[in-house]
Design a binder for this molecule. Structure first.
Ligand code: FDA
Length: 500
């Protein structure tokens, strides 16, 4: 509450924030986490915490009156529906040229994501973050992240026969027959639990069309891993439904952090200020970049470097779907957690790493869906609009054309070999490419450019950046393992150098 003085305040409870909270509390430091989303620990009207993808209700979206599904159309018809405005778990944040999907709640993106836990290629990691010692990442911090996250591998023999992965096997076999290699993907969803779901011995979650609006069972989201471990130290407090709006130096030392407590309709209930000796920005690529760019422009943190707000990218995301022949059924039951990817990253003409994505509609659709990660070199900047008070992102939809081109090479080849066609009715009317949204916002506060080599903000001792904003727009794979491992590396250094 107002007037409080805390040793460490963490803004946001996603991957960067959860790692920070655990390592600080383990080091004996009382830590306050402030999260704008809900705690997601109470069952709703249907007896479950989260709603599923077939019947999205108010719990699905962050402060919207209609759903905004990534695949918003079917047969060219808009399938979004009206919902009550509520602090739901998935935000589709709209900028001029892109919608950015993000998790809102204690656990951040871990509540809504596909759980795919992929370590980036070593040579590509060295390319994107050249100031980081690569050996220590692969020897120490990636293994530490995987352990902390509860990453597990699928039973590959079970995968071959499980009806819920028929969609993935069909896509895999066609990719291979078209000259591409595929790879299994680790996940934080408990594959042992999923096996029991298929066997009918436990309540279904991944097999009940639960994923982007939360999983009621089976998922090792951060509230069950890093944040639970931090809470067990007795030194953690988490304050949900509080939006941090300002951070500025406090004349008594440390920083004044201003926040709005909000109700479930998003209205401000009260405004609070606390003093923190140290503030860790972990509001995600978008949240951290927006806050820092606004603080610099408004004069609260005027000396932040010009690199703050630069270098944002969408991890080259583009989605696409193919129509299967009637004899190639993809299955009425699709596991919501992807387990396989097409790996064409080594192709210098257009690196693509494409996750074989589920379309968990609960009925046979003959659709193969993919989320392609490409090496799109385009980047964007955040800027403060002084007349509206909003922070804008310069990304234009056309900047995603390199991603479309790279994905098109792969899927044109597969379509030709399999004599299949694209679905053009799922992302709009006559629109093949889902090129105007991303699940993987990265950058805006790049390591060793906007911060020092460990996330310290220059000129402001005690201010740190800990999340996906440190990564320069691309990791070549799904990003949360990279974000987690980098946070593990940085917080270890910060604790040993700045806090003892
Ligand atoms: P993250 O977004 O997780 O956390 C930031 C937190 O800060 C949020 O909880 C937010 O509410 C809070 N916050 C923001 N501003 C605030 C403020 N001003 N005050 C208080 N709190 C504030 N990745 C992957 O590796 N494998 C996968 O399978 C998937 N799948 C996937 C699916 C979907 C639908 C989405 C949306 C995303 C994914 N991702 C993914 C991406 C992954 O979830 C994402 O990269 C990470 O969650 C980013 O971690 P961060 O710690 O950077 O921020």
């Amino acid at each position: 509450s107002t007037g409080d003085h805390v040793a460490a305040l963490v803004i946001g409870s996603g991957y960067g924030g959860a790692v920070t909270a655990l390592r600080l509390t383990q080091a004996g430091i009382a830590t306050a986490v402030v999260e704008m989303g809900m705690a997601w620990n109470t069952a709703g009207s249907n007896g479950k915490i989260f709603c599923d993808m077939l019947e999205p209700d108010q719990r699905s979206y962050w402060l919207r009156t209609t759903t905004d599904q990534p695949l918003g159309y079917f047969l060219g018809i808009n399938v979004n529906k009206s919902i009550t405005r509520y602090t739901g778990v998935l935000d589709s944040e709209k900028f001029a040229g892109i919608r950015v999907y993000q998790g809102r709640g204690v656990g951040g993106g871990s509540l809504v994501n596909g759980g795919m836990a992929v370590v980036p290629r070593r040579d590509y990691f060295a390319e994107i973050l050249p100031s980081v010692d690569v050996a220590s990442m692969y020897d120490t911090y990636f293994p530490r992240a995987n352990a902390g996250l509860g990453v597990n591998a699928i039973d590959t023999a079970w995968f071959e026969t499980a009806s819920c992965y028929r969609y993935a096997r069909v896509s895999r076999d066609q990719a291979r027959a078209s000259g591409y290699s595929t790879t299994f993907l680790n996940n934080v969803y408990d594959f042992g639990y999923m096996k029991q779901e298929l066997a009918g011995t436990v309540t279904r979650s991944a097999l009940a069309s639960e994923v982007i609006y939360g999983n009621n069972y089976g998922k090792r989201s951060l509230d069950k891993t890093y944040l639970a471990a931090a809470a067990a130290t007795g030194r953690l407090s988490i304050t949900a439904q509080h939006v941090v709006t300002a951070v500025a130096p406090n004349s008594a030392g440390g920083y004044t952090v201003t926040m709005n407590q909000i109700d479930t309709a998003g209205a401000t209930v009260t405004t609070k200020t606390v003093r923190a000796d140290r503030v860790f920005f972990a509001a995600g690529s978008i949240g951290t970049s927006k806050l820092l760019v606004a603080m610099r422009a408004q004069g609260a943190l005027p000396n932040l470097p010009s690199a703050v707000g630069q270098g944002w990218g969408n991890n080259g995301n583009v989605m696409v779907a193919r129509a299967q022949h009637l004899w190639n059924t993809t299955g009425a039951l699709e596991a919501g957690m992807p387990a396989m990817g097409i790996d064409n990253w080594a192709d210098p003409a257009g690196p693509v790493f494409a996750e074989i994505a589920p379309f968990p509609a609960g009925t046979e659709l003959w659709i193969s869906l993919y989320l392609a990660i490409t090496k799109n070199p385009n980047r964007a900047q955040f800027s403060y609009n002084s007349s509206t008070g909003a922070v804008e992102l310069s990304w234009q939809t056309a900047q995603n054309q390199p991603a479309v081109n790279a994905a098109k090479r792969v899927f044109d080849t597969i379509n030709k070999a399999q004599v299949t066609v694209y679905r053009s009715d799922l992302f709009g009317v006559n629109k093949v490419w889902g090129d105007d949204f991303t699940y993987h916002p990265l950058g805006g506060c790049i390591l060793n450019q906007a911060t020092d080599n460990y996330g310290r903000l220059p000129g402001y001792p005690g201010l740190y950046v800990m999340d996906g904003s440190l990564i320069p727009g691309s990791t070549g794979v799904n990003p949360f393992v990279t974000i987690t491992a980098l946070a593990e590396r940085n917080i270890e250094k910060i604790i040993s150098t700045d806090l003892t």
